[in-house]
Ligand binder design. Structure first.
Ligand code: NDP
Length: 600
């Protein structure tokens, strides 16, 4: 449905057809959610005004200050940093220092320990290096704990953990032209002089809360879902929240995180109020333990084949077989069977649109089948195209709303109005509670006003200054004026349902370049102004082509809360998808010329 506008789609339908009704409803639901303050409706948790949490504060364990010269500094010990580190090790780079604010490896999986935390992406494609590590996931979808353990194991296996600096924030990185190195400073007072500086900050690293009156005034317990306080709730990421038995709990938000923790909260809280602004679409999950015989029968190279197959399917590229065959892929595979090579773009668009609407109808019927109270069921039905928001997968979530201690407070797109000392106001009513859990998501790094680290390149130019009107890169990695610097993010780089595919490719790519530079004895590499401008132009053209998709969508962090400005489009992901992006990088490497980089 590339670039097709919801208005055009409604108009193309017979006005009285059920399809037109549904599309009209999508449009109306989107319109009531559009706000003039878009992303400004949130405060980031690190903002002092948003101090709703006192858990998960760093322990500030004392350690010796680090003052050293190093080949590569990687900021970010999530999967992006880990797989880049692994690839560097494989390429023979020994002197690497990894740094993270968290207390260990794992990135989002290190912060998000909430009850029920799990990955909704097939474990056999999400958990990297399974063949190499000789690891078998326990099930087709695995818990956050299992992923975290895998991250730690991989980091250990490739010696990335030996000198990693945790609970350490990088405050500034500055290019020293004379020394040909980056000076990296941390909030602990460390100073590292790095030949190559890589940032892999993750896309969802900054939790946010609604900027509503009274935020911070609540006298009970409150925290963000990514900073869960098990001391207060009892239990662990498996559940057993026994301390909540006498507590009235509010959870704000019904995105992918909330969908996973709400069944546990419903089970244990004395009363649970779910404050919903927009319902998530809840698909089947069908979690199954791994069949060991099947797993062992996989032929060498199976994991990358499976990863590529999934990426193709989710990106609607024709494939012979659906290897993953879960609720992410089977709808795509079925829709693709109706496409013929000689079809026009319009015909393809119509077929995909009909399939998307049918999927929506099926999921709405699923809500009616499961949720007993008809009014609650209506409130839980989602009215937007499937990929406008993160699809959710759960086999207990909807059932939770049948419990007598669980109340859905559906705010019909308005959200909560206020927080008071004793509770929450929504739909003009005050709900007194003992505990508030903000499951209100994260600022998407690519659309943030400021980069996560103050970065100063050649001649002292700052990255925030350079990117005032949006990102400028080659392939998302290289920035003119910032020599020997590599960025691993989604800005002008790809973003897909299986983030791991992109991270693996990005890691491979930057490791290839660094290893080549070292082998060729290159001291400084910097993308040329021309190469950067060419990629920006290419990226912008694609971004403008798909701008219509974002415009159709109900607001979320995907589309900068419905405000896809040119700046956001520039800083957003590559418009041709992960498969095409990986192909571009492969071709670039195949030439062997490090094209676009100026080498000194
Ligand atoms: P989301 O941004 O998806 O959800 C935030 C929720 O808070 C939304 O329901 C939003 O409503 C709601 N909200 C925001 N402001 C208000 C308000 N003022 N009043 C009431 N509700 C409000 O964050 P999540 O943490 O749930 O998920 C973030 C991402 O993390 C996912 O998209 C996914 O990429 C990833 N994730 C992945 C998982 C996995 O399986 N791999 C599991 C969990 C998360 P509205 O929709 O109206 O904006």
């Amino acid at each position: 449905m590339q670039g097709r506008n919801l208005e055009d789609m409604v108009e193309r339908q017979d006005a009285a057809s059920p399809l037109a009704d549904i599309l009209r409803r999508y449009r109306e639901e989107r319109e009531i959610r559009l706000r003039t303050d878009s992303a400004g409706q949130y405060l980031q948790l690190k903002d002092p005004a948003a101090d709703v949490t006192d858990s998960h504060k760093p322990s500030n364990n004392s350690r010796d200050l680090v003052d050293e010269d190093v080949e590569v500094v990687i900021v970010g010990c999530g999967w992006g940093g880990i797989v880049a580190g692994v690839e560097l090790r494989k390429a023979g780079v020994e002197n690497i220092r990894m740094i993270d604010k968290a207390s260990g490896f794992g990135g989002v999986w290190s912060w998000n320990r909430y009850p029920g935390v799990a990955c909704d992406t097939d474990a056999y494609i999400y958990m990297p290096l399974l063949e190499e590590m000789g690891v078998m996931p326990t099930a087709n979808y695995v818990s956050g704990d299992e992923i975290l353990a895998h991250a730690t194991r991989v980091a250990h296996r490739f010696d990335l953990d030996q000198n990693a600096l945790f609970e350490t924030g990088v405050t500034e990185a500055r290019w020293d032209e004379h020394a040909g190195r980056w000076t990296v400073s941390t909030d602990r007072g460390d100073v590292l002089r790095a030949r190559f500086f890589m940032m892999a900050p993750g896309s969802l690293e900054s939790p946010k809360v609604p900027n509503v009156p009274g935020i911070g005034s609540f006298l009970g317990k409150s925290f963000h879902s990514s900073r869960w306080d098990f001391e207060y709730t009892g239990g662990c990421s498996d559940g057993h929240l026994t301390n909540l038995r006498d507590k009235r709990v509010a959870v704000i938000g019904t995105g992918a995180s909330a969908v996973q923790c709400i069944p546990h909260l419903g089970k244990w809280a004395k009363h649970l109020y779910v404050f919903q602004r927009t319902p998530s679409a809840i698909d089947w999950r069908d979690e199954r333990p791994t069949d060991e015989a099947w797993y062992k029968s996989q032929e060498r190279g199976w994991q990358m084949r499976r990863i590529q197959n999934y990426t193709s399917l989710v990106g609607l590229e024709p494939v012979e077989v659906d290897l993953v065959n879960d609720w992410w892929t089977k709808r795509q595979f079925a829709a693709l069977q109706h496409l013929k090579p000689d079809m026009s773009g319009q015909e393809i668009g119509d077929i995909l649109q009909a399939a998307d609407i049918e999927a929506g109808e099926e999921l709405r019927r699923r809500v009616s089948d499961i949720v007993h109270n008809p009014e609650t069921a209506e409130g839980l039905k989602s009215w937007y195209q499937r990929y406008c928001k993160r699809p959710c997968f759960h086999d207990d979530y909807l059932q939770t709303f049948n419990l007598s201690n669980v109340t859905l407070v559906h705010t019909q797109g308005r959200g909560i109005e206020r927080v008071t000392e004793t509770g929450i106001v929504a739909n003009d009513r005050h709900y007194p509670v003992d505990c508030i859990i903000y499951s209100t998501g994260f600022q998407l790094g690519a659309y943030a006003d400021e980069p996560p680290v103050s970065l100063f390149g050649r001649d002292g130019i700052s990255l925030s200054e350079k990117w005032r009107d949006g990102a400028t890169t080659l392939h998302g990695f290289h920035i003119h004026g910032f020599p020997n610097f590599f960025l691993i993010s989604i800005a002008q780089s790809a973003w897909g349902a299986n983030l791991m595919h992109m991270l693996l490719e990005q890691g491979r790519h930057v490791a290839y370049i660094i290893a080549e530079l070292m082998q060729r004895g290159v001291a400084v590499a910097e993308v040329s102004r021309t190469a950067e401008a060419a990629w920006v132009k290419h990226h912008e053209q694609l971004a403008l082509n798909i701008a219509g998709v974002w415009e159709n969508c109900t607001p979320s962090f995907f589309n900068n809360e419905g405000n896809m400005t040119l700046k956001a489009l520039r800083s957003g992901p590559y418009g041709n998808g992960v498969g095409a992006f990986c192909h571009q990088l492969e071709q670039w490497r195949a030439t062997g010329g490090l094209e676009g980089l100026e080498l000194r």
